[in-house]
Design a protein around this ligand. Structure first.
Ligand SMILES: Cc1cc2nc3c(=O)[nH]c(=O)nc-3n(C[C@H](O)[C@H](O)[C@H](O)COP(=O)(O)OP(=O)(O)OC[C@H]3O[C@@H](n4cnc5c(N)ncnc54)[C@H](O)[C@@H]3O)c2cc1C
Length: 590
């Protein structure tokens, strides 16, 4: 059943209570409720992914437009010293499906070494790439684009499974895509083509999967939750209700319930879990709820008047996030701006989508869609590596360059201009944009509560570009991009750089550009990171149970030990699938 207020929920006792119907939470809810003998309650702060939200979420053309709307938590970071003191808008999904309902839809698993690192830091080989294969296969499924364009030679079918999460490649090859691929064929030793970046080999240039299938966005809600809700009576979803804190049994650290309310002034309701409470509130929400419950750095918790239950210093610490910024060139080709600025044309595309989920709107995202991408390492002789190598291994990337295309990817069209923060897109000319991401940042930030109320936003401080490695890697990434675009495939296509890009002639000018324009890529992780059960540091052990307490598990991006070498949602899905299996085994469920 679906409830819109806590008083509607007749039973206050369930076997499992899951906090947050986001990317991970929906997977856990759907998998646990496969066993008809258990009752599962899923509590979500946001609303259902229907009504007006449904179009924003489902229509690929509109992906990205949920940011800054009521289906976004609309957080803001603290002033970032590494970004000239700027504060950054910090989106997170506030709706069923969580961030999988508002994200950029890119599906990229990263390198196998990343999962092997998860196994090493947790001391559990079950988290290794090889052992996780079965969970990857029951999660994801490659599907053809809406126009059935052949994807032969653009991916490896053997590394994709039969799961409910639908992914696919672009419906139309774009001129820029062809030039990227051409460069890999002209200079394969330097710019190697990778048939499938989801194969565990996460380095090189290749085609990018997105979570789009049958012409629509696939989310953890559409893939997992709704099918489960539609077919089972042992799963309840409570909407518009925020968990305000976890409740332990008296005089013990066994967590057997939650308090929840619809606003700071509304009545608080209690719900009890006879088996487990599972926290899936995300990298921001999870440490916030832990601290509100007295679990976290004792001093921080006490500062806002909460009694410390368990001094766990790593709660809210180790925040890692990646940044994005774009470089733009005027090119010899038509752009899509006229379509995107033409309300009637966009309206017609959406009307066509509503009829049969085809056409331009069934493509991919409107402003930062990527068909081709590369994940690269710093040169082996880079002095930056003397600072230490934060990548998961020697086959894992330090940075990413993504070749941005817009919604209509007809062969004769060029890319549009992707403006950085505070940049205004030119109204004339045809533009190509390429984004730059430091994949393995060493800067560490934090999440902290500001009051004892769950309804006050926590402080979010990603501490961007506060290490020499991060800024140096961004500079190197931009230099690599400039070199890549000077190869022959781009001759005659690139006319001239945007003035701000033309000014990038020295390391100092590139660094200034990064600090002026870098924005969040919206990939925060690691605020409740995993470690060996015997390790003093970390928040959860290899089974994702919170250290030092009983009955409480965390399953979301906060447990990841480090920023993801691909894009995080794929890894969150994979972690959630294995976590569901661990929970089922712990309670002998089917
Ligand atoms: C705009 C945007 C673009 C992105 N683009 C990409 C991309 O293209 N590819 C990619 O791989 N990743 C992308 N990401 C990141 C990716 O979506 C996230 O890393 C991933 O979805 C996180 O999953 P999660 O389960 O940890 O958290 P979420 O999916 O965010 O789920 C957390 C859920 O908990 C709920 N919640 C929080 N607090 C409470 C509370 N107190 N009570 C009840 N419920 C609560 C939230 O409302 C939410 O539904 C993007 C993210 C954003 C925001």
């Amino acid at each position: 059943s679906i409830f819109t207020a806590p008083e509607q929920v007749a039973s206050k006792t369930y076997d499992f209570i899951i906090i947050g119907a986001g990317t991970a939470g929906c997977v856990i809810a759907a998998r646990l409720s496969e066993d008809p003998s258990v009752k599962v309650l899923l509590i979500e702060a946001g609303g259902l992914d229907d009504g007006t939200a449904a179009a924003t979420i489902s229509i690929p053309l509109l992906a990205g437009t949920g940011v800054g709307t009521p289906i976004d938590w609309n957080y803001t970071t603290t002033s970032q010293t590494g970004l000239n003191g700027r504060q950054i808008q910090y989106p997170r999904g506030f709706v069923v499906g969580g961030s999988s309902s508002i994200n950029g839809m890119i599906y990229s698993r990263g390198s196998s070494e990343e999962y092997d690192r998860l196994a090493t830091v947790s001391g559990d080989s079950g988290w290794s790439w090889n052992k996780l294969q079965k969970y990857i296969f029951i999660n994801e499924q490659h599907t053809p684009p809406w126009n059935n364009r052949s994807n032969v030679g653009e991916f490896n079918p053997r590394v994709h499974g039969k799961g409910p999460l639908l992914t696919g490649l672009t419906p139309t090859v774009f001129g820029t895509d062809r030039r990227v691929i051409q460069t890999t064929s002209d200079h394969g030793h330097k710019y190697p083509f990778n048939l499938d970046l989801n194969s565990g080999n996460g380095l090189g240039f290749g085609w990018l999967h997105t979570t789009v299938g049958n012409g629509a966005r696939s989310t953890s809600s559409s893939a997992y939750l709704h099918p489960a809700l539609n077919s089972r009576s042992n799963l309840d979803l409570l909407l518009n209700t925020q968990v305000t804190r976890l409740v332990s049994t008296s005089c013990s650290r066994t967590f057997k319930g939650v308090k929840a309310a619809q606003s700071a002034t509304a009545q608080q309701y209690s719900f009890n879990a006879t088996k487990e409470v599972i926290l899936s509130a995300g990298t921001v929400g999870t440490p916030q709820i832990l601290m509100l419950s007295g679990i976290g750095p004792a001093k921080q918790v006490q500062n806002v008047g909460i009694i410390s239950t368990l001094d766990l210093p790593d709660v809210g610490a180790n925040l890692q996030d990646q940044t994005i910024l774009a470089l733009q060139w005027q090119v010899n080709g038509r752009t899509l701006s006229s379509f995107l600025n033409d309300e009637a044309a966009v309206g017609a595309a959406i009307a066509q989508w509503e009829i049969n989920r085809t056409g331009i709107a069934a493509g991919n995202t409107v402003c930062i869609f990527v068909d081709t991408i590369c994940f690269l390492r710093l040169p082996n002789n880079s002095t930056l590596l003397k600072l230490g190598d934060p990548a998961a291994g020697s086959n894992s990337p330090h940075f990413q360059l993504a070749f941005l295309v817009s919604t209509i990817r007809l062969p004769s069209f060029a890319n549009t201009f992707f403006p950085n923060v505070n940049q205004i897109a030119p109204t004339t000319g045809n533009w190509m944009s390429v984004s730059v991401v430091v994949q393995s940042p060493t800067s560490r930030g934090s999440i902290n509560i500001t009051s004892s109320s769950a309804f006050d936003h926590p402080t979010i401080n990603p501490a961007y570009y506060t290490t020499a490695f991060d800024i140096g890697t961004a500079v190197q990434a931009i230099k690599t991009l400039l070199e890549f675009l000077s190869t022959s495939a781009w001759n005659g296509f690139i006319l001239e750089p945007f003035p701000a890009v033309a000014a990038l002639t020295t390391d100092a000018s590139i660094e200034a550009y990064v600090r002026a324009f870098a924005d969040t890529l919206k990939h925060p992780t690691s605020t409740a990171k995993i470690s060996k059960r015997s390790d003093k540091g970390g928040v959860v052990g290899p089974d994702l149970l919170v250290k030092g307490v009983k009955g409480l598990r965390i399953v979301d991006a906060s447990i990841l030990p480090a920023a993801v070498a691909g894009f995080p949602q794929a890894e969150v899905y994979i972690v959630a699938e294995r976590a569901a299996d661990l929970i089922k085994r712990a309670w002998s469920l089917t």
